[in-house]
Design a protein. Structure first.
Length: 272
């Protein structure tokens, strides 16, 4: 795993990235032909992916609102934040309280460029260039120290990102979660979700396809039981660990995930 100083700041438009593919599915413009081609190929096997991406974004927006309004969270640390789109974490949280601080973390140089341009006039929000597995570097970064007081509750977000990293005893999702939780105060909350499938053929195809498409910058599609392991020891907020379009929908007619070849699965855990 590269250190922060070793992360490339070059943008290779010929190699798809998860962040730019996600941007394309959300209807954004910060993506290249290679990203759009990869999405088209993926859709041939898992055609619900655009709906999945949209529902995941709506889940994030609902969750941030709940964290800010119902739990009084005024500090957010967003790992693997992706490219800026409409209603980003800081915009939702700062509508509840303009004093809210947000730190975004991403290893995609395009996210860094666009994010910093967007946030030039916002002293309460920052974007740092780091791999989500670089816990020490993230927590000790000057912008993190400036904006986040870890003696107080923090909302830590791992929204649809853990499928981007492989399993590892030292840097896999479970190890990352444990390192982060060690640094958080009681009352902090951790949001986690990722792509899961109970169909072994879908898991194998998507994992292999994305690994090849992104030239090894991928982990794997997992199962619900894998996600549940990350939440051990946390008090899981209602409605529990679910397919995310069913997590506290705004209305009974809110969009739902219609097909189940793969889904975004997760929830929010509270530290006591």
């Amino acid at each position: 795993m590269p250190t922060e100083n070793q992360l490339s700041t070059n943008i290779d438009e010929n190699v798809p990235t998860a962040a730019r593919m996600y941007d394309h599915y959300l209807g954004g413009k910060d993506n290249y032909a290679a990203d759009r081609v990869a999405c088209e190929e993926l859709d041939k096997v898992v055609p619900s992916t655009r709906r999945l991406a949209l529902n995941n974004r709506r889940f994030l927006q609902r969750a941030v609102r709940v964290l800010a309004e119902d739990h009084g969270i005024r500090q957010f640390l967003d790992h693997g934040s992706g490219l800026p789109t409409q209603d980003n974490v800081h915009q939702i949280a700062q509508r509840v309280d303009p004093r809210t601080h947000v730190v975004y973390v991403d290893n995609d140089p395009m996210v860094l460029v666009h994010g910093r341009a967007l946030l030039q006039q916002d002293e309460r929000t920052a974007v740092i260039h780091a791999d989500m597995r670089q816990t020490d570097e993230i927590f000790s970064h000057a912008d993190t120290r400036r904006l986040i007081d870890f003696s107080q509750p923090v909302a830590v977000l791992f929204n649809s990102v853990f499928h981007c990293i492989p399993d590892s005893d030292t840097d896999g999702p479970l190890a990352v979660v444990r390192r982060v939780r060690e640094r958080l105060a009681p009352g902090s909350l951790v949001l986690m979700c990722q792509l899961v499938s109970e169909d072994p053929e879908v898991r194998a195809f998507v994992t292999d396809f994305m690994d090849r498409a992104t030239q090894g910058n991928w982990g794997r599609v997992r199962q619900e039981k894998d996600v549940a392991e990350w939440f051990e020891g946390l008090e899981i907020l209602e409605p529990g660990l679910v397919e995310v379009s069913t997590w506290r929908p705004d209305t009974d007619v809110a969009p739902r995930q219609l097909t189940q070849e793969w889904v975004e699965f997760g929830g929010i855990g509270l530290m006591r």
